[in-house]
Design a protein around this ligand. Structure first.
Ligand SMILES: Cc1ncc(COP(=O)(O)O)c(C=O)c1O
Length: 477
């Protein structure tokens, strides 16, 4: 998102804004195809996208109209499934401008499954290094356990400053002279920060492979793999168009896939195997990574979903989300208690320069103290507003947002006590809250969604003592 669009003159609103008005087609679409959103203030697009009626109708029509069998056989119902699965692979590659000669699509259950495939098979060893940005989802952070188990060096590069970005010099330093794997998100699921895609070429020049976690980026941004050329790209399709769940993909360079060493084989992954002989030969293509029967009744819904997004236009979606994010940030920054103190502290960039539509914040009381995020979770839920609270499976961004020192986090006494009681752990770290509040925008978000949240915050917490009665102890972070 560009900084040039990021201002609201006094009195300006999205209603008077030409750029916002140019995305009006999305309002028509919402009225026609997303009626199940009526009455909802859905602000959790980084959690999951929303599905159009048309997607559900297409699914029902397809299943009612034909019989689909288990793929990869010659029989007619099987070939019908195989054809749709292969068409979906091709659609995914086109969506990302990836050449089928260079890239392959491995179907997984979700982005997490894609990360695991890479982690468990990457040739980590004593001489190699895994470099992780501090800002990463836990499904990516978990790769470090595979790296450690095989003796690779694991290096983290923390987020810094008010914007919670990763300084490029720090990243260059972390890459060092060894080779290995760099993993980072194209967009943070905590702060919405968009980390530079130029880091892919930078890491390649140092002999690194790159896993670019695109799960939070692709729902509202164009990802051009032909230009950026990361090695491994995990995606969850429900985040892009809401339906189906249970289908993700690892989009990977064929050359990078060939360097992976799978720790096992399973039905569907092998070219040949002998039970008595004790040997196996994995399939030569992407199917070597697809364990067992694919979700063949849902995978074709991804082809439909991609066509749906392409018909709407990813650039139009991007423009809507960018302009509305700018408005949300502007409105949150303007929320004040009567005597003028701010009601909200935003974590990450205050504007829309190099950031997506995910906004993390805490509500402050009139004395500047953070309102416990469990209060916000309880009250927004009661008001029919879908936001998220906590650390969003991104501890590194949370540690940066709350400025927790590495020393405190490595203190074994704190850790031991924290394992027993999460609330006590937060106290030991001097944390005023167990996490932040996250509002995230997407495909058919509108001004009314944003205004409902902002009005709710003003009316519920402006100059009021928050009601902390009846909060349950925290069970997970
Ligand atoms: C940036 C990012 N990466 C990975 C994931 C994991 O996705 P999934 O739970 O669909 O596997 C998420 C989920 O929120 C995410 O936001």
């Amino acid at each position: 998102m560009s900084a040039s669009t990021d201002s609201w003159a006094a009195g300006a609103t999205p209603g008077t804004d030409a750029e916002y008005a140019s995305t009006g087609r999305l309002d028509e679409l919402r009225a026609a195809e997303y009626r199940h959103l009526d009455g909802q203030a859905y602000l959790d697009y980084t959690g999951a996208g929303v599905a159009a009626d048309a997607q559900i109708r297409a699914h029902a029509r397809r299943l009612a109209g034909h019989c689909y069998g288990n793929p990869h056989s010659e029989n007619p119902t099987s070939s019908a499934s195989t054809e749709l699965v292969e068409r979906t692979r091709a659609a995914i590659l086109r969506f990302f401008n990836a050449s089928p000669d260079e890239y392959a699509v491995v179907f997984t259950a979700n982005a997490t499954g894609a990360c695991r495939l890479v982690g468990e098979a990457y040739p980590f060893g004593r001489g190699s290094r895994l470099v992780l940005t501090g800002d990463n989802h836990n499904s990516v952070n978990g790769i470090r356990e595979f790296a450690r188990a095989r003796g690779a060096q694991v290096v983290g590069v923390p987020v810094r400053g008010a914007d919670l970005r990763v300084p490029e010099d720090d990243l260059r330093g972390a890459l060092g002279r060894r080779r290995g794997l760099l993993v980072y998100p194209a967009q943070s699921n905590f702060t919405g920060v968009q980390h530079p895609l130029e880091w892919i070429a930078l890491a390649h020049a140092r002999g690194y492979d790159v896993l670019l976690d695109a799960a939070a980026f692709v729902p509202a941004n164009r990802l051009d793999l032909g230009r950026t050329r990361p090695d491994f790209v995990p995606v969850s399709w429900y985040k892009v168009f809401g339906y189906p769940t249970g289908v993700g993909a690892l989009v990977a360079r064929r050359a990078a896939l060939a360097r992976l060493r799978r720790p096992w084989f399973a039905g569907g992954t092998i070219q040949a195997v002998s039970a008595l002989g004790g040997w196996h030969v994995l399939a030569r293509d992407e199917t070597a990574f697809e364990d067992g029967t694919l979700n063949f009744l849902s995978i074709p819904d991804v082809e439909f979903g991609i066509r749906w997004i392409e018909d709407i236009g990813i650039d139009l979606i991007h423009r809507r989300v960018a302009r509305l994010t700018s408005w949300l940030l502007h409105r949150l920054a303007g929320l004040r208690h009567a005597e003028g103190s701010p009601m909200v502290r935003v974590y990450g960039p205050a504007g829309t320069d190099r950031r997506g539509g995910t906004v993390a914040f805490n509500v402050l009381d009139s004395r500047g103290r953070i309102v416990d995020e469990r209060i916000i979770a309880r009250d927004t839920a009661a008001a029919g507003i879908s936001v998220r609270t906590g650390c969003f499976c991104n501890p590194g961004a949370g540690e940066g947002a709350f400025r927790i020192s590495e020393r405190a986090l490595r203190d074994r006494r704190t850790l031991r006590r924290g394992m027993r009681n999460l609330d006590e752990y937060l106290d030991l770290l001097h944390l005023p809250s167990g996490g932040a509040v996250r509002a995230s925008l997407g495909l058919v978000s509108n001004v009314a969604d944003v205004e409902r949240l902002v009005r709710f915050l003003q009316e519920t917490y402006g100059d009021r003592e928050p009601d902390a009665r009846g909060l349950r102890p925290r069970e997970r972070c």
